[in-house]
Ligand binder design. Structure first.
Ligand SMILES: [Zn+2]
Length: 327
């Protein structure tokens, strides 16, 4: 296993140079996503250089999708192990909190069971009271009839990406505050994200945008969707600015735009944000043969695709934080 990791890390490190995303200013910003606080005087040439830590990313994914987690079903010991791990990573990265704990507990069902969202905060150095909310659910389906549903793609991949992005933005401090929220109980009906929105730790009017990741690590055609732009067309330009520099094909859709295409608007944790008029971008791949099956395992993740996707999403998030460099 270790050898496999090392060889991936080496390959990814070699690929990293090619995957750096440089975005030169190109587009005029008219619809400021962060409540109009931005001043055009800062507009001008600037670059966003994205280089996320591939070794950490893959290690996060390997651990969260391991048999030890037993499928991470809400309310199980495996789910708690995943939660402890995420909290430890936040702690070791010195990610901030919105209260005295990273955890936000909420009821699941009527029999006293609880779920736990995990909320980290990096305060913005310029627009502290405006928030970009980066989200991914960490729960999955657990173990059924003795079979572990590992959920490597769904959604250890989004969770590990969220941790890698927290690491990145800790290193490259954002202008806006960023909330990193690992949701629980998505698989039970978006329970964590619904609770988060109705018990928001910051005013929802201060949430500029939600970037949600759910299944971001597997696709045979090198494709991923940035869904939600039919509802929020102004977000298209952030993705379009990254696309020419991204070695993955980023497609729009699954938001009701094209007839016959499954509408993902209410299919993951971005939905409660959308219901509250908070603009969202949802990143996810098309369903694959192992979707919600025990075969959704770490070994089937396409690691270089996954790394490229995470780099691209981090680039989009960086632009959301820096709309002044779009012109
Ligand atoms: Zn999912």
């Amino acid at each position: 296993m270790l050898n496999l990791f090392l060889s991936w890390v080496k390959k990814l490190a070699m690929a990293a140079t090619a995957c750096m995303v440089t975005v030169a200013s190109a587009i005029v910003l008219t619809g400021c996503p962060a409540g109009g606080e931005h001043k055009k005087k800062n507009a001008g040439k600037a670059n966003v250089l994205i280089n996320i830590d591939s070794a950490s990313l893959i290690n996060y994914l390997a651990y969260l999708s391991s048999a030890k987690m037993a499928g991470r079903e809400t309310g199980t010991p495996g789910n708690q192990l995943a939660r402890d791990y995420i909290v430890n990573v936040f702690d070791s990265l010195q990610i901030g909190k919105v209260s005295n704990t990273y955890l936000q507990s909420f009821p699941v069902g009527n029999d006293g069971h609880q779920g736990n969202n995990i909320i980290g905060l990096i305060k913005g150095h310029q627009f502290e009271n405006n928030y970009i909310v980066i989200t991914a659910h960490y729960d999955h389906l657990g173990t059924r009839n003795g079979n572990i549903y590992y959920g490597a793609d769904d959604n250890a991949s989004g969770t590990a990406a969220l941790l890698a992005m927290a690491r990145y933005f800790k290193q490259y401090p954002p202008k806006h505050s960023i909330l990193f929220v690992a949701f629980d109980a998505e698989e039970k009906g978006l329970l964590g994200s619904k609770y988060f929105i109705t018990h928001a730790p910051v005013p929802i009017s201060a949430m500029a945008a939600n970037v949600n990741m759910d299944m971001v690590s597997r696709n045979d055609s090198n494709e991923i969707y940035a869904s939600g732009t039919r509802h929020y067309p102004f977000l298209k330009k952030y993705v379009d600015s990254i696309r020419p520099y991204s070695p993955v094909n980023v497609l729009f859709g699954h938001d009701g735009e094209k007839a016959g295409m499954h509408d993902w608007t209410n299919q993951s944790d971005h939905f409660p944000f959308h219901q509250n008029q908070i603009p969202y971008l949802y990143f996810g791949v098309e369903d694959h043969a192992d979707y919600h099956r025990p075969g959704d395992t770490f070994d089937k993740v396409n690691k270089s695709f996954y790394y490229r996707v995470c780099t691209m999403i981090t680039g989009v998030a960086s632009l959301l934080d820096r709309p002044d460099i779009l012109q």
